[in-house]
Design a protein around this ligand. Sequence first.
Ligand code: ATP
Ligand code: MG
Length: 432
Amino acid sequence: MSKIQAIRGMNDLLPETSPVWQYVESTIAQCVQAYGYREIRFPLLEKTDLFKRSIGEVTDIVEKEMYTFDDRNGESLTLRPEGTASCVRACEEHGLLYNQTQRLWYMGPMFRYERPQKGRLRQFHQIGIEAFGLQGPDIDAELLLMTARLWKMLGIDDAVTLEINSLGTAAARGVYKTALVDFLSGIKDQLDEDSQRRLDTNPLRILDSKNKDTQALLANAPQLDDYLDDDSRNHFESLKHILDAANISYRVNNRLVRGLDYYGYTVFEWVTDKLGAQGTVCAGGRYNGLVEQLGGKPTAAVGCAMGIERLILLLQTLAKIPESLASLPDVYILAVGQMDGKVEGYALALAERLRENFPAIRCLSHCGGGSFKSQMKKADKSGAAIAVIIGEDEVTSQSMSIKYLRDSGDSKVTQVTLPLAQGIEKLAEIIA
Ligand code: ATP
Ligand code: MG
C-alpha cells in the first residue's frame, strides 16, 4: 500500500530543527514582552465572513488563497490566513478595546493556498504584534524600534532594511486610485497579466508588481504622496521625525502598498536582499478602520506580522544560529542487572532525584535492558557528557558510578563510585 504523505507546502518540524524554532520564538517573546505586549491566542478556524470583511473581497488572499470549506452543518469556515482579523474579533468579543489601550502579540500557523517555494509555504508561521487605541505616530515608531531591537537580538540587523510609506485616508486613496487607473488604462496592453487583472480589482497592488517592465511603466504614474490629505501627511512627517531622533534608518518607498485592504496611513516592511524574491521578513502598518468595519467602535490600531520560516532561513543564510542550541542530554543513566526490577527501579528513582535537585537537567534513563556494553554504546551515542551506571553492586551498596564520557579534566579519572548523596554532590559540580 502506498504511504500517505504530508500536504504540499505544509512542513513537519523535526527534532533536529525544533531548538532553532524554540530559540527564535523565545527571543521574540522576550523582546515583545519587554515592551509590555501581552500574548493572546485565538482559534485557527474562523467564520469565512471575518476574513472577507476585513482583508477585502478582491485581495489575492480572499480571491484565491484561502482554505475555505463547509462545516458539517453547512457553515462556511476558513483556516486563518493571517492573525489581525481574528485578533480584532477576539478583542471585540471580550470587550478588550472598550475605553482602553491594548498591546498584544500572538504566534502560530497561518494558511494560504500559494505556490510553495523557498520562503513561501501553505502552512507558515507568523508572530503578530498589534497595538490598539493609540493614534499618534509614537506607537508606530515604537513598533519599528521594537522590531529593530529584535533584529539586533537575533544578529540579523545588518541584513534587513526598513521601508516605510503612508497610504493616507480611504478618501485620499480613493481619489488617487482613480488617477492611477486613468493613467494605467491608457497603457493597459503593456502591463503584465496580473497587473491587467488588478486594474479592475485592486489597482494599488500594481504599484508593487514584481514585473520589471510594469515597474518601468510606473515611473511616470501619478504619485500617491501627491494625493495625501493633511492629516496623514502630518502623521507621516511626525513619524519620520521620531525615527530620525531615535536613530532608526529607513527608506521612504512611495510604491509600498500592502496586499490587505484594511491598511491606511503608515505602512512598512522590513526587507532583505538575502532571500531572493521572498525578501519581506516583517510587514505591517496602521489599520484604524478595521475595528469599526468588524462592528466595533472606531479604534486606532497599528500592527505587524513576521514570517518565522523566513526569519529562520535568514538566520541560516547568515550563519547566525547559536551553536549551543543542540539539546544534548547531560546525563545518561544505565541500569544493568537482573534483580527482579530492583536495578531499574533504583535507576529511575535516582533519575527523579536528579530532576528534583537540578530542574534544568536533561537526563536520559536507559530503557529496554541489555548488556553493559550495549547500554554504554547508547550512552555514548546520546551525546551525554556523563553516564551514571547502576548495577547490582550499586543497588546493594546504595551508591552510583559516574563515568565521564567526554573530558573529566583529569586524564587519570574516568570513573568513580560514590555513595548516593556524595554522588549527587559530585554531579552538581560537573553539571554546574
Ligand atoms: P509577500 O509579499 O511575501 O507575499 P504578504 O504581503 O503576503 O507577503 P503579509 O500577509 O503581510 O505578507 O504577511 C507578513 C509576513 O508573513 C510576510 O512578510 C512573510 O514574512 C510572511 N509570509 C506571508 N505569506 C507567507 C507564506 N506563504 N509563506 C511563508 N511566509 C509568509
Ligand atoms: Mg502574499
